[in-house]
Design a protein around this ligand. Structure first.
Ligand code: N2P
Length: 361
């Protein structure tokens, strides 16, 4: 072989390798991972990781039901996962590829089993609660020292919401969470699928809608951290991340997270592989990487959410494992509820109701 030909052959081989460079596409919630872990995955596996984010189960669901999302791993919450499994959106996990499965926590698997029998299609990534993020000083200034910062009355009572509108209220843009919260506030079953109950929840939410600055599911993190808003109904770890950002900025903003005394939703975010995933083998490698105890501990230590990995617990920071806002104690646990997917007919009512609430009509 002459020298030119040799160079040429090597060049072709290299570009063929580049073309075949393996990729995995992951679609996860925003503010939900330590990005060092993404680089670590690429280093360990040589697989290029394309990581996109969303902040709404509804957005993810639209993609999953349409198909051909192009993603290898996605992260719906339990109720959405259940509905998408029924629609045939996911493939069964090949457990032989998940050698770290023994690290998972049976207590959480027993709960996620309800959405995904035998956890055949998914692994738990993280779980948490939905509650109140509060700028304690601003709220005390407006409502007084005895402001009900641990109760949904803080914003579901229109008299309070009207006053707090001055310092800014955000609410999750998530009908599947806000309607149950309104039901809990009314003392009704938060998992009710009765349209009469949902109509009552609508009244609560419609009455305060004019005082909500924004229905959005991720902007409240910086909003709270910067002192631009004073109350958000949001997700536990996100409020705790906001608290950290405020500390880091040393801007004097003090934030508290409370699971509402009327009950708080407990949800489970599950990693699953779409039925038409381009690279299911790499998807399993990503899942197995996430199931590594050290990696999962790093993720939770960074985003302040509890995880479903028992083996990660000894590596969790003290302010994570010992914070009942992250790992609820028995008393808090008793006050948490879960929900089940609305049947299609009721879901249509819920979707319409939510659009009306947000538009204030
Ligand atoms: C991450 C929020 C995920 C919780 N920022 C919602 N399931």
């Amino acid at each position: 072989m002459n020298k030119t030909l040799l160079t040429l052959t090597a060049g072709v081989a290299l570009s063929a390798m580049a073309a075949a460079a393996e990729e995995v596409r992951v679609y996860n919630w925003s503010d939900y991972i330590d990005e060092d872990l993404l680089a670590k995955f690429e280093q360990e596996t040589g697989i290029k990781l394309i990581y996109d984010v969303f902040d709404s189960n509804d957005v993810l669901e639209t993609k999953m039901l349409a198909g051909k999302s192009g993603y290898d791993v996605v992260v719906p919450s339990g109720t959405f996962l259940q509905r998408q499994i029924s629609a045939g959106a996911f493939q069964k996990l090949d457990k032989s590829k998940l050698t770290n499965a023994g690290n998972m926590w049976d207590v959480i698997e027993a709960r996620t089993n309800k959405y995904d029998p035998d956890n055949a299609y998914s692994i738990n990534y993280m779980w948490g609660t939905t509650g109140l993020g509060v700028n304690t000083a601003q709220v005390a200034e407006i409502l007084g020292e005895d402001a009900p910062i641990g109760s949904l009355a803080l914003i579901f009572d229109p008299a309070n919401a009207e006053k707090l509108a001055a310092c800014g209220i955000h609410m999750l843009d998530a009908a599947d969470e806000m309607i149950p919260a309104a039901l809990a506030y009314l003392g009704l079953n938060p998992d009710s699928h009765d349209v009469k109950d949902i109509a009552q929840a609508e009244e609560v939410l419609a009455a305060i809608s004019p005082y909500v600055q924004k229905f959005h599911s991720s902007e409240y993190i910086n909003g709270l951290a910067n002192g631009d808003i004073c109350v958000a109904i949001g997700w536990s770890g996100d409020v705790l991340q906001a608290r950290d950002r405020a500390w880091e900025a040393e801007n004097g903003v003090e934030l508290a997270y409370n699971a509402p005394s009327e009950g708080a939703m407990m949800w489970f975010d599950q990693m699953a592989i779409p039925v038409d995933a381009p690279n299911p083998d790499a998807a399993h490698k990503f899942l197995n990487f996430i199931m590594d105890a050290e990696n999962m501990a790093a993720a939770s230590n960074y985003v302040y959410y509890a995880n479903g990995n028992k083996a990660s617990q000894p590596m969790l920071e003290e302010d994570v494992i010992s914070d009942p806002a992250i790992y609820p104690d028995e008393a808090t646990l008793e006050n948490l509820y879960t929900t089940t997917p609305f049947p299609p007919k009721v879901q249509r009512v819920v979707t319409r109701t939510w659009t009306k609430i947000k538009s204030g009509t």
